[in-house]
Design a protein around this ligand. Sequence first.
Ligand code: CP3
Length: 345
Amino acid sequence: MSSSKLFIQTLRGEQTDRVPFWFMRQAGRYLPEYMALRKEAGSFLDLCYNPDFATEVTLQPIRRFNMDAAILFSDILVIPHALGQDLAFKVGEGPVLTPVDNLEKLEALTTDKLHDHLNPVYQTVSNLSKTLPENVALIGFAGAPWTVATYMVNGRGSKDQAETRLMAYQDRETFSKLIDLLVKSTSEYLIKQVDHGAEALQIFDSWSGTLPADEFITWCVEPMKKIVDNIRAVHPDVPIIGFPKGAGAKIKNYIKKTRVDAVSIDTSTSTSWVQNVIQPLCPVQGNLDPLLLVAGGKPLEKAVYHILEHLKDGSHVFNLGHGIIPQTPPENVKMVSDIILNYRR
Ligand code: CP3
């Protein structure tokens, strides 16, 4: 299947004149129009589960900056929520869940209502696939099992995921069941997103960097491989981007074992290493420091050109190394977007 969309062509390794771009967390609190809609919706979760609002919020950054891809507006934590775990987003605190840290609590979760619960998200995907400009690709997403499990076990974000790593060491059997449940529900969730019109998928493993090498294979690589296989069995052509944040040199093996189509590279990874070692293996996405988008000016401009120049000879989707942060001035996002739109290889 050929596509006329630059983003999809790049993920397939085809040569394009211009580098396509989008930014992780491109919809969000740095945009006044997002804040206005979130207020109208009531809460962040109300926004995620309202297809009209979620569609509108997804489109907001595209209108301002002309990205080549739009990412479905939702959150990685809708999966634990759909499995029956309590979830609230508290302003200033981030997500708060009732911890699932033993077998009894794990067994209280169920996939019975998974798709009923997630139906508004599928509706958003459908709406978007009908309303996006024809050159803009639609990205569906989910969290990787390890990263989602860190929130489920600990009940909130944590600096080093210690509680979850401890559970994986002390009660391996239960933890393994939790990961299996996430592999199953995440695979089904992503397949449904493609059924409804998602043209590419990104799987966020934001906390893969805190695991020792062997554990990284067990809890990040193997579950990811199963998800990729499950999706390909139904949708063999949809490009899948993995984001094993913090994995460093382990990315190489991650690509080989999971057989993802592309990888998203975090800020700490050197672009010359990516150029020499990773780009020959698969298309890459990344990796501007989100703080440079806050800083703006010359340092920002210099870093954008540095990334474009280093990665221009292979397949590259320009992106950040992690999500846009709320303090980001929208005019800095505009400046970067304009540089990329005018840059030619
Ligand atoms: O990229 C996009 O524009 C699409 C939407 C998107 C959100 N979250 C919206 C969101 C995506 C792709 C995510 C992914 C996500 N969510 C990840 C993986 C990527 C990453 O950032 O590492 C993780 C770990 C989460 C979990 C999560 N959601 C946390 C820890 C928080 C609180 C921190 C914060 O930034 O507030 C959220 C909330 C969240 N998800 C917001 C948005 C726009 C802010 C909510 C608000 O409006 O108050």
